[in-house]
Design a protein around this ligand. Structure first.
Ligand code: CDP
Ligand code: MG
Length: 141
C-alpha cells in the first residue's frame, strides 16, 4: 500500500446531518475514487484504540466519546498523492482556520465536531485502513 490510498471517516456530526452525499460529491469532484465504504458504529473501545496516538491529549476522552456517539462512514480513498491531497481537501482541524473550498470550512461545526477524518502519513494510512477493512473489501478501482 502506498501514498495513493488514505482512510477517510465521515464523522457523526456529518452523518447525522445527512450530508454524507454532499461530502462524497466533494471527494469525487476532487478526483478521488471511493474504493471501499461502509456505514458503521464505532465502539468506545475501538475509538480508544483508533485514537491511541492522542491518549495523552486533553481532548482524548471527549474525542473517543464523540466518534462513538453515532453512525460514521468509513471509506478508503484512492488517488495519486491521496494522503496529502485529502488533508488539503479536508482543511484545517479548526474550521475557523480552514480555507475556502475545503470540507471543514463548508460543513464542520467546531474543532471537535469537524465532519471528517483523514490519515496523516503513509504508516498511519496503512494502519487505519487495516483497522476497518480487509484487503478483499477494497473493491473499487
Ligand atoms: O483530524 P486532524 O488530523 O486534523 O486533527 P488531530 O490533531 O489529529 O485531532 C484528531 C481529532 O481530535 C480532530 O479531528 C478533532 O475531532 C479532535 N480535536 C479536538 O477535539 N480538539 C482539539 N484541540 C484538537 C483535535
Ligand atoms: Mg489526525
Amino acid at each position: 500500500m502506498q501514498d495513493n490510498l488514505t482512510l477517510s471517516i465521515i464523522k457523526p456530526d456529518a452523518v447525522a446531518r445527512h450530508i454524507t452525499g454532499k461530502i462524497n460529491e466533494m471527494i469525487e469532484g476532487a478526483g478521488f475514487s471511493i474504493v471501499a465504504q461502509k456505514l458503521i458504529r464505532i465502539t468506545k473501545e475501538q475509538a480508544q484504540r483508533f485514537y491511541d496516538v492522542h491518549k495523552d491529549k486533553p481532548f482524548y476522552d471527549d474525542l473517543c466519546n464523540y466518534i462513538s456517539s453515532g453512525a460514521v462512514v468509513v471509506q478508503v480513498l484512492k488517488k495519486e498523492n491521496a494522503i496529502a491531497d485529502y488533508r488539503k481537501l479536508m482543511g484545517a482541524t479548526n474550521p475557523e482556520k480552514a480555507e475556502e473550498g475545503t470540507i471543514r470550512k463548508k460543513y464542520a461545526i467546531s474543532i471537535d465536531q469537524n465532519s471528517v477524518h483523514g490519515s496523516d502519513a503513509e504508516d498511519t494510512a496503512r494502519r487505519e485502513i487495516s483497522f476497518f477493512f480487509s484487503e478483499t473489501e477494497l473493491v473499487g478501482c
